[in-house]
Ligand binder design. Structure first.
Ligand SMILES: Cc1cc2nc3c(=O)[nH]c(=O)nc-3n(C[C@H](O)[C@H](O)[C@H](O)COP(=O)(O)OP(=O)(O)OC[C@H]3O[C@@H](n4cnc5c(N)ncnc54)[C@H](O)[C@@H]3O)c2cc1C
Length: 411
C-alpha cells in the first residue's frame, strides 16, 4: 500500500483529501491527513466578527465533518519532516512514512516577530483580527471604544488575504458612521507598500476609495517596533505614528517545522514550481495553499484553483507521466467596502485586476473593480459555498484558469 500524507487539514489540505480520495484507488493508496486540532475555522469570518456581522459559532466547525471516508484523520502537532527518509515526525514521537507528501500548513500571524507588539497593551489598545481570539477580543474592544486615532497597519508582505486590511478600514468607516461617532474617529491606513494595493489599477481604485472615506494613507512604512508607552509605531527610517487603537496585521510566516525540516525559505514558505506546486528540492513533496512561495495572493480562492490543477497533475505524477496542467496563479477576491457593498477582483500571475463584469460580459452579475450590492451578497454567500461545496471538493461554477471574458482592457 502506498502512503499519501497531507500535512494540515485547513482549506487546501481538506480539499486535497476530498479530491484525491475520489481519484486514487483505495486498494493502492492510503491517505492520512494531520492537523493540530479538530476545529476548522472559516477565516474570512474573522473580518466580520469585530463588527458583529458573524458570531463565533458561525465560523467554526469540526474538521472531521469535512474529511471523507477512506482518509485517516490524525490529530497531532507536526514536529518535522525528514525528507531524505520519507517520513514525518509528530511532536508525540509518532513516525509517519510517506511515498508522497503534501504540505498544506498555511501561514500564521506572528506578533512575536515585531518588537513591543506583545506587551501590556496587547488586546487592550493593540489588536489584530487574523486569529479567532484576536478577532473576538477586537469585537469587545470596538463595542466600548470612545474614539480617537485608529491605525490599520500591515507589518510586511506577503500576508494572507492581502485585501483584508483594506476591507477592515472600509468596514470600520461604515461601522463608526452607523454608531454616529465617525467624527470622533481618525482612521489611518499604514502599509509597507507604496500605495493602497500591489497592482496599479487596483491600487488606484482602492486608494481613491480610502480618500473618499476620509481614511488617511501612510505608505512605505516599514515597522521597526511598537512603543507601548508613547503609543506609537516606529519605522526603520524613524517615522513615528501615534495611535489610540492599533489594529495590526502581524508578520505572516509559514509553519516553524517547515524551517526546522530544511524545506523553507526565510519566511518558512516552501519553494515550489509555480505551475505544478511541486517542491523545487524534492520530487515527492508538493506544497499547496498559503504554505508555498508562489507569487500569487495567499487566499482560499487561490488554494481552490491550485488544488484543481494539482489533483489532475498528481494522478499523472504518481503514474510516472508528465504533469500536463499548469496553474496560472488565479485569485478571485471580494472586497467589502462597507454599507452593504463590495468589489470583486479576478486576476492571476500575468493579468492584474481589471474592471468589467463577472462571469458574463456586460451582465455580471458581479462587478469587477467596482462597488456593487450583489458583490457583497456574493461575499456573504461564500460562507455557505465554503462549508458545503468548496471544502468537500465539489465543483463550483467558476473556471479554474482565469478567463479574460468580461474584463475591460484599456488602451
Ligand atoms: C481575516 C482573514 C480574511 C480572509 N478572507 C479571505 C477571503 O475573503 N477570500 C479568500 O479566498 N481567502 C481569505 N482568507 C485567506 C484564507 O483563509 C487562507 O488563504 C486559506 O485558509 C489558506 O488555506 P491553507 O490550507 O493554505 O491554510 P489554513 O486553512 O490556514 O490551514 C493550515 C492548517 O495547518 C495546520 N497546522 C499548521 N502548523 C501545524 C503543525 N505544526 N502541526 C499540525 N497542524 C498544523 C493549522 O492548524 C491549519 O488547520 C482570509 C484570511 C484571513 C485571516
Amino acid at each position: 500500500m502506498k502512503q499519501l500524507v497531507i500535512l494540515g487539514a485547513g482549506t487546501a489540505g481538506t480539499m486535497v483529501a476530498n479530491k484525491l480520495r475520489r481519484r486514487l484507488d483505495e486498494k493502492e493508496w492510503a491517505i492520512t491527513i494531520i492537523d493540530q486540532d479538530n476545529a476548522h475555522h472559516y477565516q474570512p469570518g474573522y473580518l466580520f466578527m469585530p463588527f458583529g456581522t458573524y458570531k463565533p459559532a458561525q465560523i467554526v466547525k469540526p474538521r472531521k465533518q469535512f474529511i471523507p471516508k477512506g482518509v485517516e484523520f490524525k490529530i497531532g502537532e507536526i514536529d518535522r519532516v525528514i525528507p531524505a527518509q520519507n517520513h514525518v515526525l509528530l511532536a508525540n514521537g509518532t513516525q509517519l512514512p510517506y511515498d508522497q507528501l503534501v504540505i498544506a500548513t498555511g501561514t500564521t500571524p506572528r506578533p512575536d516577530q515585531t518588537s513591543g507588539l506583545i506587551g501590556a497593551e496587547w488586546r487592550k489598545s493593540v489588536h489584530e483580527f487574523y486569529t479567532f481570539e484576536g478577532s473576538k477580543s477586537l469585537a469587545d474592544a470596538l463595542e466600548t471604544w470612545q474614539g480617537g486615532r485608529l491605525l490599520i497597519h500591515i507589518t510586511e508582505m506577503p500576508i494572507k488575504c492581502p485585501v483584508a486590511p483594506l476591507e477592515f478600514a472600509f468596514l470600520a468607516d461604515a461601522y463608526f458612521k452607523k454608531k454616529g461617532m465617525r467624527d470622533k474617529v481618525e482612521l489611518v491606513y499604514v502599509t509597507p507598500l507604496d500605495g493602497a494595493f500591489t497592482r496599479p489599477l487596483a491600487a488606484r481604485a482602492l486608494g481613491g476609495m480610502l480618500q473618499e472615506r476620509g481614511i488617511a494613507l501612510e505608505p512605505d512604512f516599514s515597522i521597526e517596533r511598537v512603543d507601548e508607552e508613547a503609543k506609537t509605531i516606529v519605522s526603520y527610517d524613524k517615522r513615528e505614528i501615534p495611535f489610540d487603537m492599533l489594529v495590526t496585521v502581524p508578520l505572516n510566516m509559514g509553519a516553524d517545522f517547515v524551517g526546522r525540516s530544511g524545506l523553507g525559505d526565510d519566511l518558512n514558505y516552501v519553494p515550489v514550481d509555480k505551475h505544478t506546486l511541486l517542491a523545487k528540492a524534492w520530487p515527492n513533496i508538493f506544497a499547496l495553499g498559503d504554505a508555498s512561495d508562489i507569487p500569487a495572493s495567499k487566499a482560499g480562492s487561490t488554494a481552490h484553483f491550485a488544488v484543481d490543477v494539482f489533483a489532475d497533475n498528481f494522478v499523472r505524477h504518481v503514474r510516472g507521466e508528465p504533469m500536463g496542467e499548469s496553474f496560472d496563479g488565479h485569485a478571485n477576491c471580494f472586497i467589502e467596502s462597507g454599507d452593504g457593498k463590495a468589489l470583486l477582483l479576478d486576476f492571476n500571475y500575468e493579468t492584474e485586476p481589471l474592471p468589467g463584469s463577472f462571469p458574463i460580459p456586460g451582465l455580471g452579475p458581479f462587478g469587477l473593480l467596482r462597488e456593487r450590492r450583489l458583490n457583497h451578497w456574493g461575499k456573504l454567500m461564500f460562507r455557505w459555498v465554503y462549508w458545503n461545496l468548496l471544502l468537500k471538493g465539489r465543483p463550483l461554477p467558476i473556471r479554474t484558469p482565469m478567463s479574460m471574458t468580461g474584463k475591460v482592457q484599456k488602451g
